[in-house]
Every structure is written in C-alpha cells, then in structure tokens.
Design a protein around this ligand. Structure first.
Ligand SMILES: Nc1ncnc2c1ncn2[C@@H]1O[C@H](COP(=O)(O)OP(=O)(O)OP(=O)(O)O)[C@@H](O)[C@H]1O
Ligand SMILES: [Mg+2]
Length: 415
C-alpha cells in the first residue's frame, strides 16, 4: 500500500516540523519584542545553500504575525510583508509589492482602505525606471521614490500601532525578505536599507523591522551599494543542526506519517545514526536521506541498509541533492575533469584549509594544470585562497564539500 512520505527535500520545512535553532529563535524574538516597544532592530540571516534560511523565515513569519506563540512573550501581532528578491527585481517592483501586501493585509474596513489609498497614492505614479531616463534623472527618481516609500510606511505603521481609530491595534510592520544575495547591483539593496531605515526614524516611526536572508555573499552585495548598510543589521548566521535536532527531524517526520498512514513505519536506531552521520547536520541532506530511506523501506521498519542503499544508488539521495543544489557548480561551471579532481581532493578535508603541496601529493595532473585549476576555482568563488597564509586553499561551502565527498564515495564498495 502506498504511504505518504512526510519528509520535505524540495521545500522549506513547515513550522510544525521545524527542528532546532533555539538560540537563533530566541534572539529573533528579542528583536521582535524590541521593535514592538519602539526600538527597531533589523536582522540578517545568512548561511550556505540548503542550511535552512527560508525555513527559519517561514517560522519567523508565524511568530511575528501571531500564528505561533512564543513561550516567553505575549503573542506578537505584526503585519508581516514577505518579499523575494531575484536578479530581475528593481526598486520600483519592490516598493509596489510592499504596498500591495500591506494593503491586502490591512484593507479590512472602509476607513483604513481610504487611508491606505491616500497614503500610498504615490505608487500609482511610479515610472518604469529604464524607459529612456538618464542616470542622473534616475538617481533623483530613486531618491524621491525612497522618500515617498519611507513616509508612507511610517504613516501606516503609526496608524496601526497608535490605535486612534477603532481598528485592531498592531505591533508594527515586519518585512521578511529572502534571497537578498541574488539582488542585481542595480537594485542597490544596501543603499535601500540604509536610506529607508534612517528615514523611518526621521519620520518618527519606530515599529518597522527588516529581517533579510541570503547566502553569506549577501554581506558583500549590500556593502557594494552602501558600505555601512551592513551595520543596519544584526547578523544571525546559521550552521548545521546538532545530533539531537537531526534525530528530532526524523522522529517528527515519522510521527506525522504515522498519523496519516494506516500502516505504521518504525525506524531502527542504526538507521537514525546513519542519517545523522551522513548528513553532518545539513538539513537539506537530513530531509533527502530520510525521504529516500522512507521510499526504500519495504517492511515498515527503516533500517541502516535502507538508508545506505537509497543514499548511494543511481538516482538516490546523493544524486537528488546534487541535482538540486550542487551539480551546476560541479559540472556546468567546471568543464574539466582535472579541476573536479582538485575539488574532490580538497573535499576530503571538507571546507578546512589544505595546502597546495597536500593537493599535489594526490593529484594525477602536472604542476601547471594544478596552478591553473586553483586560480580558476578561486576566480569562480568556488574555493577561497587563505589571505594570511600563502599556498592554502579551502572549499567555500561545507554542504558542497560534503556532497562531493559522498558523491566520490558512491563509486567505492560499501562496507
Ligand atoms: N530547522 C529545520 N528542521 C527541519 N528541516 C529543515 C530545517 N531547516 C531546513 N530544513 C530542510 O532543509 C532543506 C533546505 O531548507 P531551506 O530551503 O529552508 O534552506 P535555504 O537555506 O533557504 O536554501 P537555499 O539556499 O537553497 O534557499 C529543506 O528540505 C527543508 O525542508
Ligand atoms: Mg531559501
């Protein structure tokens, strides 16, 4: 009989299945509390691909809007505006989307609809920025647009927090903006945050908060358009899940499955250890290994062998993770087998520093191929050169290193 597979290798995890991140959530709650009480605090969630940034934002949206209650605070009641940045996003689209989402959430009474209509009236006048305007005119358009935006945001936040009318009183407005690392330089995202957060304070607005997320390169992205924009944010870096959180992901998934499926699924302690060890705490690996093992199981008890077979087989978990997260870096951006060999040698040390001499000792090619490979990989930002030690390199992302290592293991016989 077909069973529902509870694991989520393809999407952010819903709050009900969310594991770990206790200290990160506590500091986010503290920031929400500060903002609720007129001391706005902005956060930047950073981490590698698949580490769980979007899942954490999903959870935070629930907290901020009151869907999830924190044990330490009263239920929050913010208006949350979630936005996604892509390389095509320009500043006018960002502002228009913000206005739409705010209006959609607040337009409950005639009085507030008419207030929003007047306050956000400038949005209808926004011009398409590329249509035949010169750079200077464009700069001044952007200045005006940001000023209008900050003013309207400030007025809206004051109205909903002050409760002068008979409307429901809110805590303020929380922007949750994912994938900020993919912003195009044209968006000038750092400048946007710096400008808007300062203008809000000038307009006497203290209940608006920005929570943004992206790959660690987002820091560079923001400082390119405004060096001090980074200081607007407190950073929340995400790392691997602890062994007990890894087990929780598996147990929680099976609990969910056993609620829905007539036939119950169990898991052996050995299988749980395999998932925990193979994944090294990367949530995307935990979900995929668990998903694949659940599919592999045929006797309603997931065993260590189910985990290993489904992980390493053709089209199994490691292939699935590769095609979703890492294969384009490994195959499309690197055309040469020798370069891939260099990456495989480096991945044996995960993302620790490794010397050129250590790589050379295992490399099958000649010296100049190795030198070319290292400089090409540095140029593509796949590996980093140690700025304080000549001749040392490391892989940029641990998850990528783990995948290369496991992928290499696929060709070796299993114990
Ligand atoms: N705290 C968590 N508990 C359980 N599963 C998680 C958790 N965080 C992430 N996951 C799982 O890990 C995978 C990656 O999560 P998510 O999409 O949130 O990562 P991300 O950092 O946003 O990735 P990307 O860089 O690709 O946008 C998903 O399969 C998700 O279900
Ligand atoms: Mg994401």
């Amino acid at each position: 009989m077909k069973k529902l597979n509870p694991f989520k290798p393809n999407s952010p995890v819903p709050p009900a299945m969310f594991a770990g991140r206790i200290s990160e959530i506590e500091s986010i709650e503290k920031s929400l509390f500060q903002t609720q009480n007129g001391q706005p605090s902005n956060l930047m969630v950073t981490g590698d691909r698949g580490i769980g940034k979007s899942s954490l934002l999903f959870y935070v949206k629930g907290l901020a809007s009151g869907g999830i209650k924190s044990p330490d605070y009263e239920r929050f009641n913010f208006v949350t505006v979630d936005l996604l940045v892509s390389e095509k996003t320009d500043i006018s689209t960002l502002v228009k989307l913000a206005e739409r989402k705010i209006s959609r959430e607040l337009s409950k009474t005639e009085a507030i609809r008419s207030f929003l209509h007047t306050t956000w009236e400038f949005v209808k006048r926004i011009r398409i920025m590329d249509s035949g305007i010169g750079p200077e005119e464009k700069n001044s358009e952007i200045e005006i647009l940001l000023d209008d935006f900050s003013y309207s945001l400030a007025e809206t936040s004051k109205r909903i927090t002050e409760n002068a009318s008979a409307e429901e009183k809110r805590d303020g407005i929380v922007f949750v903006i994912d994938e900020c690392d993919s912003a195009s330089p044209d968006l000038r995202l750092g400048y946007f945050f710096k400008n808007v957060t300062e203008s809000l304070l000038h307009h006497g607005c203290y209940n608006v908060m920005f929570i943004i997320a992206g790959l660690p390169t987002v820091v560079e992205k923001l400082s390119e358009s405004h060096p001090s924009s980074i200081r607007v944010f407190t950073q929340v870096p995400l790392g691997e899940l602890s062994p007990s959180d890894r087990r929780y992901v598996v147990d929680r998934g099976l609990e969910e499955a056993n609620k829905v499926n007539k036939i119950q699924t169990k898991i052996s302690p050995d299988a749980k250890i395999q998932i925990s060890v193979l994944s090294e705490g990367y949530p995307n690996f935990i979900q995929q290994f668990s998903f694949s093992a659940f599919e592999e199981d045929s006797d309603n008890e997931i065993s260590g062998d189910d985990v290993l077979n489904s992980a390493f087989k053709q089209g199994g978990a490691i292939d699935a993770i590769g095609s979703r997260y890492y294969a384009s870096d490994f195959y499309d951006r690197i055309k040469s087998d020798e370069y891939r060999e260099v990456l495989s040698i480096m991945a044996e040390k995960m993302n620790e520093w490794i010397t050129k001499a250590e790589i050379r000792a295992k490399f099958s090619g000649d010296e100049s191929t190795l030198s070319n490979a290292l400089s090409a990989l540095v140029g593509r930002k796949i590996i980093l050169r140690n700025p304080s030690k000549i001749g040392e390199y490391r892989l940029q992302q641990r998850g990528f290193a783990l995948w290369i290592k496991l992928f290499g293991d696929k060709s070796k016989p299993k114990a």
